[in-house]
Design a protein around this ligand. Structure first.
Ligand code: BT5
Length: 325
């Protein structure tokens, strides 16, 4: 609170009345006065003038631990973690508990017995080989803007991989690619009513430690793991921490404005599909076109013979003419 009062005083044009501060922060004038007294004691020079209010004259020159605490308090993601040896699906567990859980809670499992992909597909989740994590988010956002969070998750994973010298690409909307094969996928699920989002579950699955042989045979043409490609056993805890930090930073932008400009730039720069011929699969329909960009809403802009269309991520899959990518 003291930090907030200081910020207000810093930004004020002249004096700020005690009344105004107390209304602003929902505190009594006496409580404000007590905070001011403590601030003065901490070295802030604050002038108090009857009928005018308070004015900040100078700030003390030392490291401000209050400010540091305040900055870290604002992290949303990763403050609470629930860890399980085995779950059918972390996304399902998160959905079960979401209403009671704090925003940013992470549900983790060492293995999933019924890991889910998009559109009813499966996600192979062998024990202690990967990261299977679901994050509970409760943004005040329109249900339509929620598909943007998939891109946000993909950007956070790709950025985190940089920190481990793993150079990945992003295949819109939810695949992370290493050497032309998939190492991670995002599954975003939402619960809303009457146009209000109750919660969103952002599920992240990453193949970290599997050897080539441990990747299910039928997936080997398009799936791989970090270890299979780099021969480095990346620490799963460290990787998850890096992902959550990146996600928290990107998510804060989303919370403020429903914008995801930074994440979009990352998805565009590292895109595995932009500029290429793609096949867009929607239900039973398959159409060939050229992926030209990702627009501000996170939709893929595809040039078909009939013209340019903006494709929403919900019910669509993308592949190349030669197979996966
Ligand atoms: C995805 O779906 O890529 C989303 C995957 C999300 C998994 C996480 S793990 C934590 C959380 N809890 C869950 O239950 N799920 C989430 P999609 O784009 O539909 O890709 C699924 C397809 O990828 C499958 O049909 C397979 O062809 C392939 N696949 C399955 N398991 C894979 C794996 N481990 N690695 C790479 N590809 C896989």
């Amino acid at each position: 609170m003291k930090q907030k009062i200081i910020e207000k005083l810093k930004n004020a044009d002249g004096y700020l009345s005690g009344q105004k501060l107390s209304e602003e922060f929902g505190l009594s004038r006496t409580a404000i006065w007590k905070h001011i007294k403590q601030l003065k004691k901490a070295g802030y020079e604050i002038e108090s003038v009857t009928n005018k209010g308070y004015r900040l004259i100078s700030t003390p020159n030392y490291i401000n631990s209050d400010k540091i605490e305040e900055a870290f308090k604002k992290r949303i993601i990763g403050k609470n973690v629930m860890y399980f040896d085995s779950l059918p699906s972390t996304n399902n567990k998160a959905k079960e508990l979401a209403m009671e859980l704090k925003e940013g809670t992470v549900i983790l499992a060492e293995e999933q017995t019924k890991g889910k992909g998009r559109l009813g597909r499966n996600w192979a989740s062998p024990g202690r080989k990967g990261i299977y994590a679901s994050i509970v988010l409760k943004p005040e956002a329109k249900p339509e803007s929620v598909s943007k969070l998939t891109l946000l998750g993909a950007a956070a994973v790709s950025l985190a991989l940089d920190e481990f010298a793993v150079e990945s690409k992003i295949k819109w909307p939810n695949d992370i690619i290493l050497n032309s094969k998939k190492i991670a996928g995002i599954l975003t699920e939402m619960n809303s009513e009457l146009g209000i989002v109750n919660y969103i579950i952002l599920g992240i699955g990453i193949n970290v430690l599997q050897t080539e042989e441990e990747i299910p045979e039928e997936l080997r043409v398009k799936a791989t793991s970090i270890y299979a490609q780099t021969k480095r056993p990346v620490d799963r805890t460290d990787l998850l921490i890096a992902i959550l930090k990146n996600l928290d930073t990107l998510y804060s932008e989303f919370k403020m404005s429903e914008g995801i400009d930074k994440a979009l730039d990352i998805c565009r720069d590292r895109s595995a599909v932009l500029g290429r011929e793609v096949i867009v699969i929607q239900g039973r329909e398959e159409r060939k076109g050229q992926a030209i960009s990702i627009n501000r809403d996170g939709e893929l802009m595809v040039k078909f013979e009939s013209g340019i269309e903006n494709i929403m991520s919900g019910e669509v899959s993308i592949r190349s003419e030669h197979g996966y990518i």
